[in-house]
Design a protein around this ligand. Sequence first.
Ligand code: LAN
Length: 781
Amino acid sequence: GRQVWVYDTDAAPLDLVKKVRSLQASFTSNRHTCRHSSDELLRLQRKPFTGADDKLPARSSKSTRPSADVPTIDKHLKAGCEFFNGLQADDGHWPGDYGGPMFLMPGLIIATWVAEVEDEVFPPPAKIEVIRYLLNHQNEDGGFGLHIEGHSTMFGTVLSYVSLRLMEVDADHPAAKTAREWIKERGGATYITSWGKFWLSILAVYDWRGQNPLTPEMWLMPYSFCGIPNYLHPGRFWCHCRMVYLPMSYLYGVRACSKFTNPHKWRLIHTLRTEIFVEAFDDIDWNKARNQCAKEDLYYPHPPLQDALWYTMDCLEDVLHHSFVRRWANEEVLRHVRYEDENTRYIDIGPVNKVINMLVRYFAGDMDGFRMHIPRIYDYLWVAEDGMKMQGYNGSQLWDTAFAVQALSSTGLHIDCARAIYRAHTYMKETQVREDCPKLERYYRHISKGAWPFSTRDHGWPISDCTAEGLKACLGMGGLLNVGIDVGMMLPIERMRDAVDVILSFQNSNGGCATYENTRSFEALELINPAETFGDIIVDYSYVECTSACMQALGAFSKFDAFYRCAHVASFFRRAEQYILRNQRDDGSWYGSWGVCFTYAIWFGCCGLSAVPRKTLGKKGATQRFAPQTVKGALAMRRAIIFLLDKQRADGGWGESYLSCQDKVYSQIEPPDAPSHIVMTSWAMLAMMQANIAWDTTCLAGVEPYAELASDAENLARRVPQALAAGARFLMHMQERNGDWPQQSISGVFNRNCMISYSQYRNIFPIWALGEFKKALKVQS
Ligand code: LAN
């Protein structure tokens, strides 16, 4: 699954050095035409893959849209699958762009520059693409966002500006000038968020005194004392949060910053110090700067309690910094950093700790460890039409492949897709994690044997819903035995049971599942979230998406092996269903934390509820009825469908804006007559079809307490198929002539406020929704 871009020198007769120079000096951004969501540019990227001529007729006008009948759908599905299967890599996964956040590339640029390996990591062709990327994502007002579609923020602008300058872009370059103006108009770089302050301190263009304490001593606290859990211990934080603050605390603890022997570099640092602040560097009041943050960046403002805490810690810092405890703490932190590096084969859990861990090894003088990091940098870099970016992970390989298998299987085009499915299955099998990491407790790790990660086996961190989707995809192979996948190739039952063990282990006391681990502390801890731009990062909470995926996997597994830990599975379902029901909003929707947004979560909500095994009441032969908890589920799904029906747009599709995620209120893509979103249309359709199947009204008619359900049934039974047909026609209408679908606005999210691209979704989900819709039509006829 490893994805590494290599520059093909034979294919580029250009004088690269000259080209870099010209980019640095005068290249004007083509941002107005080269946006992430531009259809035109994506076609440029995708064309070479297909080799096939146009398979579908030119896009028709609204009145003559493709009709939603089985032969037409089949034609579109065939074209869609052929195109999509052409993108599959030999090892069975679908490589793709997992960019979006804008604060990742600057971290890497600063780290490589400080550790003096920038020319090795960014040779001239890479440099061209990095500059292109940064310029392409500058906003019209001169600033840069937190992510590619976001409004300008101090965090994005200062870091991107500094990156351009480290890439030797001239200070007089129009992009640099406008960015600098943006920064200065808003009070200068002291208003950058705490993570920005961290990066600038490493670069020596900011003073560590202007940073709230990142005390490494927190790692010396006991995890629990006398059996009483210490809920403040970092080992109880969400793994992404703790793995970022871990190496940060080391670098803070030793006040790491660039020590240059190179006069050219020193000069640049001094120039930067004059460029990004409004006052002279030596006049900056660092104590005041500690808590400054631009209003554009503020998503989670510090509560006063937090400021009091940092103030106290800051007073303690003078003592701690020079004490033996600091050395002791740093050593402990270093052990954790090494453990993380080694157990992820130097990929590390994410793009932020990857780069900071690398710097820790550098500043600890461990040059062997540092060098081990270098080859794994490329796993994070991706080249697309907008340039070279640092991705949000080392890829989304397993996640996309698991969905792709389910989508392709739904089409019924088993012969056309046999090879792709077979190869994908191989990838799934290879990627399942086969063993736990060593010394789990010592390093606060959860079990991983049997789990699937999000990307590759080398990365290896187990995730609840990745395990669930992985297991679902592997189980689905059972239905494809007649198309070249024989029983011997199936994932062995012991390994499926390992996956079930992992899934069961993920359930929290509230019935839900979190992401990588169980919830280990309380929501109140969010009060000490110091990252102003992100929400809900301190604790690993339960999520509707993760819980639902686990329910679906267990549901699929229990059809296959009904007796394995069946009591535990039954109790899992009972509690998980309660969790999902409790988290439904009054309007019938669920809030989505990892995709945009309500549409995504409603899909999961409905799939989770419909996975609950149907218990029937009454004697054999008599009218069979749902067990009460399942009827509650049916009612909940009905409310969700009504919510979706209300949101359908005039063109037949659904289109939710990323603003839903940050505002937590449903918002439509603007303007109202803009085309709907193919991915959200697919999620909405999948949700409605899922709910419809599970919601078997005939069982309920005449059953007194549930009469409400049956009463409205006819009305819905008419509206839902119409809505589905309109959705299907919209999806087919939007398809490109070569079988691809256009890339539209961004559809992934994390920590409420930062968006992330899932570039395979535009093929996977329309195929899946059309596949299921075709099945539903066939059942009907
Ligand atoms: C991801 C990507 C996958 C995602 C799903 C599996 C889809 C989700 O259902 C559970 C959460 C998870 C695993 C997830 C969590 C947050 C991640 C790791 C990311 C969105 C990819 C990048 C992001 C990570 C936190 C980015 C680094 C930024 C920090 C604030 C540390």
